[in-house]
Design a protein around this ligand. Sequence first.
Ligand SMILES: NC(=O)c1ccc[n+]([C@@H]2O[C@H](COP(=O)([O-])OP(=O)(O)OC[C@H]3O[C@@H](n4cnc5c(N)ncnc54)[C@H](O)[C@@H]3O)[C@@H](O)[C@H]2O)c1
Length: 433
Amino acid sequence: MNISIFGLGYVGCVGMGCLASNGHEVIGVDVQQQKVDLINQGRPTIVEKDIDQILGEQFEKKKISATSHALEAVLATEVSIICVGTPSTSRGHLNLEYIFQTAAQIGQALKAKNTFHVVAIRSTVLPGTNDKVCAIIAQESGKRRNVDFSVVSNPEFLREGSAVEDYFNPPMTVLGGDNEKALDIMSKLYTGINGPVEFVDIQVAETIKYVNNSFHALKVAFANEVGNICKQLDIDSHEVMRLFCMDRQLNISPVYFKPGFAYGGSCLPKDLKALNTLAHDLYLESPVLNAIDISNEKQKNRALDLIVQTQKRRIGILGLSFKAGTDDLRNSPIVDVIETLNGKGYEIRIYDRNVSLSRLVGKNKSFIEEKLPHLCNMMQGDINRVLEWAEVIVIANRDDMFQEILPRRDQKIIDLVRITRHENKGGYEGICW
Ligand SMILES: NC(=O)c1ccc[n+]([C@@H]2O[C@H](COP(=O)([O-])OP(=O)(O)OC[C@H]3O[C@@H](n4cnc5c(N)ncnc54)[C@H](O)[C@@H]3O)[C@@H](O)[C@H]2O)c1
């Protein structure tokens, strides 16, 4: 395939060499003449393992070249990949100036092209950018989106230092688009690359890179805070984190990575508090560890706000324990929400097949008696006494039995745990989806 790459920096230069070594012909475009000249001498614009050799070989085979003229590059190719920089503005916003300039250049060039053209956004851009790029190209070219051209969001996951290796072995290739022909062309571009191709909504593709990088940053800060506490106690932090990473069932795993309600139970709140207090006693600042509980409280407030916004007074709660399959009520986040609703005079009925007040003992019993002394008036032994009475139904844990009844309900449903995605007659709202 003939491909043009806009922006010959880290991403563009590596992409050029790797695409060419997979059999494609690649024309690079950059506003810096020095970078154009380097490519036209078969030399990389960056320092990166293996890229000198790859570019040298592909230059010899005449598979790569560069120009500062967008028109020439677009007319000679079927796909244009945008890899220009997206720096921060002085106020911390994303600066999309180079992306929009490139879109305008591609649009102007497309005026003179009569075949379908695919534009791929490889740069890291915020959700909504694909639409803006489409609008600019349509305006500049007079061509129609998804008829004459299409824009696919295709974020890049490589790391500098191992960029070539990462290019050929990505965790996945993400293609976000709304045109089958364009997605088909883009997936052919990556034939021979290890790893699955994921076709997703445009905005999902635009969001993932920010989530990835924010999480990487969080991991570094988290590990450093753990390290600071360990050092103070003369514990080897690298041994601790080695064990941490060995747990692929709960730690390095999809478990807990489901947007939804606050955490609770007898362990997470207590142990996080103990670690934070330990750090405090050691005169250490641990802002990341401290922020976790703050964030969790905000999620409870969010659930409360969703209920209050319905302007209904009869609230049915399905699920009282902190997770399905247990009667443990200690620090169950919905208990806090119920406590507040109760204080505000809402009428509440609750159903949880695992919770029987007469069987609660010990800390579990004393916790709930203190929090909700009148719980016995709210608890129902028959789910229908909640369903038939409530104006709003709140799903607070993932008991399977809640899944089946929901699509049939006439009331508004507030789902805190993504028990279902079915729309129901009375309206459905997820806490964070
Ligand atoms: N560097 C990485 O490891 C990495 C990894 C994944 C994603 N990204 C993202 O990819 C994008 C590019 O990153 P980079 O590190 O390669 O940037 P870079 O600064 O190294 O290269 C960007 C290039 O774009 C050129 N450019 C700017 N405007 C142009 C225009 N109108 N036409 C043609 N060329 C133009 C610049 O001259 C520069 O050579 C960014 O959005 C970045 O966030 C970077």
